[in-house]
Write a protein that binds this ligand. Structure first.
Ligand SMILES: NC(=O)c1ccc[n+]([C@@H]2O[C@H](COP(=O)([O-])OP(=O)(O)OC[C@H]3O[C@@H](n4cnc5c(N)ncnc54)[C@H](OP(=O)(O)O)[C@@H]3O)[C@@H](O)[C@H]2O)c1
Length: 261
């Protein structure tokens, strides 16, 4: 019999996180569901317990509050049954940079990046010692596109992609799988919460389709999964171009165009 690791999912009360919870429960994994809305988490947990033979714990936490965050970190550090972290909790924000308040951008960064990297940092050493486990980080295609006009949100998602790629290089030799998932617009509450009218978007993926595709990438152990990207070769070309740039960067020599005459 294979022992399936427990999966801790942040932002599990609705949207992408709730579908991950459902899919991992279907696969027979015990779950720890994290979000602020305790009632919603309990409703989901009750339903999933009745439909699947799994144990589900609910951990209420506001991941922008250090006191709550450290409780989740301690659980990830100490509970050896947890073998998969789904770093999914996140938010978006309407408006352009000068319309957004300083506090609101700081709050977005705290949730989308600080909480995510702290949770990854809490679990990674234990997974590396065990020689197995996985961290799934939910990024966004917006992190590839400053042109989309969501500068702070996109910057947080660029952070998620970079961090995931770096951690994948560091941790995969130690048996730990790290996946970045980059959805495009997906039908969840995130738009409403951010004050963005979903009807202004031309194409929207259904959330079940998104998570099922992300899990295909997970099962294939892809480092980066972009469900809406139709031609995967385009991603490969981008990575090759980026790596080609690195071979051109010479630390000791100023490029000729910057040399004073
Ligand atoms: N939907 C899209 O179009 C889309 C596209 C690309 C990427 N994404 C990314 O996918 C992830 C999930 O988004 P979603 O679309 O499923 O959004 P959603 O439906 O709004 O769900 C967000 C989840 O995060 C939780 N959350 C929000 N603030 C939190 C906080 N301070 N502390 C703890 N939990 C918090 C929410 O629960 P509570 O309110 O109960 O705390 C909820 O469970 C995000 O990282 C998002 O950036 C979404």
């Amino acid at each position: 019999m294979t022992i399936r690791p427990t999966v801790l999912i942040t932002g599990a009360s609705t949207g992408i996180g709730a579908v991950y919870a459902e899919r991992f429960a279907q696969r027979g994994h015990d779950l720890i569901l994290v979000a602020r809305d305790q009632a919603r988490l309990q409703t989901l947990a009750t339903r999933l317990r009745s439909e699947h033979d799994v144990t589900i714990d609910v951990l209420q936490a506001d991941l922008t509050q250090l006191s709550d965050l450290t409780v989740v970190e301690a659980r990830l550090r100490d509970d050896a049954s947890i073998g998969i972290l789904v770093n999914n909790a996140g938010a978006a924000q309407a408006g352009n940079f000068i319309e957004q308040s300083t506090d609101s951008v700081a709050h977005l960064v705290a949730l989308n990046t600080t909480a995510l990297v702290r949770l990854a940092s809490a679990i990674a050493p234990r997974l590396a010692r065990a020689g197995n486990g996985a961290i799934i980080n939910i990024g966004s295609v917006v992190g590839l596109a400053p042109e989309f006009g969501m500068s702070v949100y996109g910057a947080t998602k660029a952070f998620v992609l970079f961090l995931s790629q770096g951690l994948s290089l560091e941790l995969s030799p130690q048996g730990v799988y790290v996946q970045a998932v980059l959805p495009a617009a997906t039908r969840t509450e995130i738009w409403d919460r951010a004050g963005i009218d979903i009807n202004t978007l031309s194409e929207i993926m259904e959330v079940g389709d998104l998570v099922d595709a992300a899990l295909v990438g997970f099962d294939r152990r892809e480092p980066v999964t972009i469900p809406p990207l139709q031609e995967s070769e385009r991603w490969d070309v981008l990575q090759t171009a980026r790596q080609g740039l690195l071979s051109q960067i010479r630390q000791s020599a100023v490029a000729q165009r910057y040399q004073a005459r």
